[in-house]
Design a protein around this ligand. Structure first.
Ligand code: BGC
Length: 334
């Protein structure tokens, strides 16, 4: 009897241990099936209103694409407007073996050096916001067209400039407040190395001259996308040119916010004795357009752009082919 009991006990223990083993195996099974992709994102600088919205949306959108079995570990780094720092950050991403890199270049002149090393490391690369242009100033950049794992996601800045000019052309007086037959303006420019700044500067005025209006440039000055600089430049221009200034064009909304404060401080009134234009359609500026404190802005669709960039990155992670260029439209806000 004793023997039978001990045999039964042993059998019970063996069963229990085997059962436990099975449970463990079952519990761990899903974990083994989870695939976590390592994503590196480098932003030219964190201290930029528009790129802050953009980078936050990249992170949020990756989260929404996660499933029980697919995760995205997204690391976003601040390149602090320093190309050498950004180049080191890309080296680190490569050493860490990131599965895909999303890059907002500090300087397009360094695009080749960065593209070469990322391609050599066989990591797909999605360039955003700052477009390296081809030799004819167009979308024929060899680093992009010759490399199937490199692409650019952006908005065509010519369109945003054109829309700014059109908003002025569509005003009853077409921006000619004093009726002297010409539109006298100042232009507050973003980072001059950035095609967004170059195109907006050129195409806003081209839209007016193409429509047959005469223009007079009183001043064009670099404000580097920065609100405080926009304020400084506009304040100085208002005291130098006074009522001669009819239109203030800013390449982005941050600088327009600075300009708006300078306009108020100078006792001028948007919509009555001066017009003010920006680009980005930051929430604050959309509100100002509604209130009449800004004449107009142009939506730079950070949601559309960030989602496209992430969708393309996910395509690349799935081994699917990507196009060279992806475009997201601007929208007039007036
Ligand atoms: C935006 C600016 C931003 C810049 C950064 C532009 O497209 O309009 O607000 O500062 O991108 O590169």
């Amino acid at each position: 009897m004793k023997k039978l009991i001990s045999i039964l006990l042993v059998a019970l223990m063996v069963f229990a241990v085997a059962g436990c083993g099975n449970n463990n195996g079952g519990g761990e099974q899903p974990k083994d099936d989870v695939k976590t992709y390592e994503v590196g994102v480098a932003i030219y600088k964190f201290d930029d209103n528009f790129m802050t919205l953009y980078r936050n949306e990249i992170v949020n959108y990756f989260k929404t694409l996660e499933t029980d079995t697919v995760k995205y570990n997204v690391e976003v780094v601040d390149s602090k407007n320093d190309m050498a720092e950004q180049s080191n950050q890309i080296d680190t991403f490569i050493t860490q073996g990131k599965d895909v890199i999303i890059l907002n270049l500090v300087q397009t002149s360094s695009a080749d050096a960065i593209i070469d090393k990322v391609v050599a490391a066989e990591i797909p690369l999605v360039l955003i916001n700052r477009e390296p242009l081809g030799p004819n100033g167009d979308e024929s950049y060899e680093g992009i067209t010759k490399n199937p794992t490199v692409c650019y996601v952006g908005a065509d800045a010519r369109q945003s400039g054109t829309y700014q000019g059109e908003i002025v052309a569509e005003l009853d007086n077409h921006g000619d407040i004093n009726g002297d037959g010409k539109i006298s303006y100042i232009m507050i420019i973003g980072d001059p190395e950035n095609p967004d700044a170059q195109y907006r500067t050129e195409y806003s005025i081209k839209a007016l001259t193409d429509a047959g209006y005469e223009v007079e440039e009183l001043l064009a000055q670099v404000g580097n996308w920065d609100q405080a600089k926009g304020n400084e430049i506009c304040a100085a221009a208002l005291s130098q040119f006074g009522e001669q200034i009819e239109v203030v064009f800013c390449n982005n909304d941050a600088m327009a916010l600075g300009a708006a404060a300078a306009i108020t401080a100078a006792g001028r009134k948007v919509g009555e004795d001066i017009y003010l234009l920006g680009v980005d359609a930051l929430d604050e500026c959309q509100q100002m357009v509604k209130n009449g404190e800004m004449t107009g802005t142009v939506l730079n669709d950070h949601v559309g752009q960030s989602h496209t960039a992430v969708d393309v990155a996910v395509k690349a992670l799935n081994g699917e082919a990507m196009n060279n260029y992806y475009w997201v439209d601007y929208v007039k806000v007036k």
